[in-house]
Write a protein that binds this ligand. Structure first.
Ligand SMILES: Nc1ncnc2c1ncn2[C@@H]1O[C@H](COP(=O)(O)OP(=O)(O)OP(=O)(O)O)[C@@H](O)[C@H]1O
Length: 255
């Protein structure tokens, strides 16, 4: 079987409204008063210096408790967000004793649902992990483990997907190919993707935002034209890349 591109519920991928988000530890404020709406059914890429609070923002949206973090998050359609979000964290969180295919279907098992092995196989094959389906995590390379975590996230088939540097451990060719596979699989969903790779953000993002070192300040970067994943050979891609590097270089400060 094949993996369908985009969600069956593409039209039901809600906007996400974040209000008054803050990350503070004692006298240190990483961001405060941050308001952001993620467009429903579209991909937003978030960049910013290490330690600025990008992962924390993902945790806030996912409803994961974390020290120092506050703010409200709601769905634009007014329905609860619980059960509608899949998150791919920086750490793969693979169970060491479980085969790759069982790690992929872990969420279903934990929820007491019947796992769909043929769908899991199709996703793993599409991510280039077909030959590794029966291996345990100790036998996987770092890049394979990251693809395993990606497979588990895609298997969840949620309308809202949060991804924290999902391709950071991959070689350039595999990264490029999996950006395409992932973009197709997530088309029509509400996606927030954190990355340190400016070209990746411009390939995949309907919107590209930089979280800067002035607490709570987000800067939106004008994106190039073209369908996602965008063609890096376009002239306006290089221009957008220049703007994005400039923004990252000055801490994302608003000009
Ligand atoms: N318990 C804590 N006490 C003090 N500071 C903390 C604590 N937990 C997290 N932090 C700080 O919160 C900040 C935000 O962390 P976060 O992981 O969200 O950043 P990030 O932008 O995702 O970083 P990276 O790009 O390196 O992944 C970091 O500077 C971190 O040091």
């Amino acid at each position: 079987m094949t993996v369908p591109d985009g969600p069956a519920a593409a039209g039901r991928s809600p906007a996400i409204v974040i209000s008054g988000a803050a990350l503070r530890f004692g006298d240190t404020c990483h961001f405060a008063g941050l308001d952001l709406t993620l467009d429903g059914g579209r991909t937003t890429c978030l960049l910013g210096p290490s330690g600025i609070g990008k992962t924390s923002l993902l945790k806030l949206i996912a409803g994961l408790p974390a020290a120092g973090l506050s703010g409200t998050v709601s769905a634009g359609d007014g329905a609860p967000l619980a059960g509608r979000i899949a998150m791919m964290a920086q750490r793969d969180h693979l169970l060491p004793w479980a085969r790759l295919i069982d790690n992929t279907m872990l969420g279903a098992r934990l929820r007491g649902e019947a796992p769909d092995e043929s769908r899991a196989r199709a996703i793993l094959t599409r991510l280039g992990l077909g030959p590794a389906i029966d291996l345990r995590p100790e036998a996987l390379s770092g890049g394979m483990r990251q693809r395993a975590a990606l497979a588990r996230t895609l298997y969840e088939d949620r309308p809202v997907v949060l991804m924290d540097e999902p391709f950071s451990a991959l070689d350039a060719v595999t990264r490029h190919r999996l950006q395409e596979v992932t973009a197709r699989a997530l088309a029509g969903r509400t996606v927030l993707l954190v990355t340190h790779d400016p070209a990746e953000a411009l390939r995949l993002g309907d919107r590209v935002l930089v979280l800067n070192s002035r607490p709570g300040a987000l800067r939106e970067i004008e994106v190039p034209g073209g369908a996602i994943p965008r063609d890096q050979a376009r002239g306006d891609f290089a221009a957008a890349l220049g703007r994005l590097f400039e923004s990252l270089g000055d801490g994302g400060a608003q000009g």
